[in-house]
Design a protein around this ligand. Structure first.
Ligand SMILES: CC(C)(COP(=O)(O)OP(=O)(O)OC[C@H]1O[C@@H](n2cnc3c(N)ncnc32)[C@H](O)[C@@H]1OP(=O)(O)O)[C@@H](O)C(=O)NCCC(=O)NCCS
Length: 143
């Protein structure tokens, strides 16, 4: 199995990371992925990790952050051409380490109800479905 080199994505990798998110079907009309990338990169409690193959190509990414209580994962992505090689597990492990290093005890994530097939992936990695009602409200012009 190839080991990815996983590190904080640089500003110059913005286009490559966003292209990966798009290739993975993670970009929806109501989110601006460039703004999401920059907001996470420029906030003290979040980051975007990139996983690079030995050729230096970005094959995986995750947005990770914490809100003062729990850790959250977003934009979990592995290049469709190289799935089932353990890259998803490696990028999630790196995000968990990132949170642990900052004293965060629990990682959480949300799965869209159009994407429930991915639940089995997270279960293989030790996540459990945690029944909650998630409520949300836009605080900007999208509201
Ligand atoms: C989900 C995703 C990140 C998995 O990446 P991957 O590199 O293929 O995953 P891995 O190879 O590391 O697989 C890890 C484990 O999960 C299992 N697995 C991977 N994809 C799976 C799936 N779709 N269903 C069930 N199990 C899955 C693997 O068999 C493996 O199990 P094992 O280690 O016990 O053998 C990738 O399919 C992806 O980018 N999907 C599109 C984006 C997406 O939906 N992201 C999540 C948003 S919530």
């Amino acid at each position: 199995m190839t080991d990815l080199t996983i590190r904080s994505a640089t500003a110059g990798e913005e286009d490559a990371v966003v292209a990966l998110w798009q290739a993975c079907g993670l970009v929806v009309a109501y989110n601006d992925p460039i703004a999401d990338f920059r907001f996470a990169k420029n906030s003290p409690c979040s980051d975007i990790l990139a996983g690079l193959d030995p050729a230096g190509e970005i094959k995986a990414s995750v947005m990770v952050g914490y809100d003062g209580h729990r850790g959250w994962l977003y934009y979990v992505a592995v290049d469709p051409d190289v799935r089932h090689n353990g890259f998803g597990r490696q990028i999630i492990d790196a995000a968990e380490d990132w949170l642990r290093q900052r004293g965060v005890a629990k990682a959480q994530l949300m799965v869209r109800d159009t994407n429930t097939a991915v639940v089995s992936f997270y279960e293989r990695l030790g996540f459990e479905v945690s029944p909650r009602v998630v409520m949300a409200k836009w605080l900007d012009e999208r509201g």
